[in-house]
Design a protein around this ligand. Structure first.
Ligand code: HPA
Length: 266
């Protein structure tokens, strides 16, 4: 299946290899507007997600972004939509098949660090898979035993930090905890997650990074903090709020990506 898909995509987008794939999270879709290239609705790509989450679009965008050939997944499928932790498996296999060597995932998250307030960005230095799920369950080959020691590529992380510094945008690093959702966490869960060494919580990215590593991609991820996590502020936590708040961080992320891509060394 991925072979046919890759051919189909190449027919539309051309044969030139893609350098890096980007996954855009809730409210971050506008980053795809800057790409000059082709847009292929997921509905034309068998095996691609049919995301039904408002605030997410559902198309693959391939083309030039600040001088780099990218594949943008504008919209992802989350575990909470269908109970499939491997929902992004085919898209990521296709990404590797299109020649990409790296993946940059983005997400929205709730923070438990007062120095990473809503509107701020956090580079993932690591994650805690608090769901107990794994997209590689059922994979038969020994390649399923993926080494996750440096799952978030230290060199790409440094390049993101340097790009942020150049733009003057403050960016911190920290640990992302994956909670399955779709309900938000309770205040007690947030206290626990904090005690266990994470800094923000969200409902995505972790299965994608596991799959990315499985397919040999160098992975990085940036979280856009949309709210303080449950119990940490008087603000009401809701998906509406996530969608409203994400563009603040997304605008910062767009600026960092504009500086990062032309000088990205993979
Ligand atoms: N929890 C989980 N996922 C999220 C949150 C949150 O508080 N905010 C945005 N995505």
């Amino acid at each position: 299946m991925p072979k046919e898909l890759i051919e189909k995509i190449r027919e539309k987008a051309g044969d030139a290899p893609v350098s890096i794939g980007l996954i855009l999270g809730s409210g971050l879709g506008r980053l795809a507007n800057d790409v000059e290239g082709v847009r292929i609705p997921y509905s034309e790509l068998p095996g691609f997600p049919h995301s039904g989450v408002s605030g997410h679009s559902a198309e693959l965008v391939i083309g030039d972004l600040h001088g780099v050939r990218v594949a943008i997944f504008s919209g992802r499928e989350h575990y909470y939509e269908n109970g499939r932790a491997d929902a992004m498996r085919i898209p990521l296999e296709v990404l590797a098949g299109l020649g990409a060597t790296a993946l940059l995932a983005t997400n929205a998250s709730g923070s438990f660090r007062s120095d990473i307030p809503p509107g701020d960005l956090m580079i993932l230095s690591d994650h805690i898979n608090f769901s107990g799920l794994n997209p590689l369950i059922g994979e038969a080959s020994d390649s399923r035993f993926v080494n996750m020691t440096e799952a978030y590529d230290p060199d790409i992380r440094m390049q993101i930090e340097a790009a942020a510094k150049e733009t003057g945008i403050d960016i911190k690093s920290g640990v992302y905890a994956w909670y399955s959702g779709p309900s938000f966490e309770t205040p007690a869960e947030i206290r626990m997650l904090k005690m266990l060494g994470s800094d923000v919580v969200g409902m995505s990215t972790v299965p994608e990074v596991i799959l990315g590593r499985f397919f040999g991609l160098r992975c990085a991820a940036v979280s856009v903090v949309t709210n303080m996590a449950a119990g940490l502020s008087d603000e009401n936590i809701s998906h509406e709020h996530t969608k409203e708040s994400a563009p603040i961080g997304a605008a910062k992320l767009a600026k960092i990506i504009e500086v990062l891509l032309p000088q990205l060394k993979l």
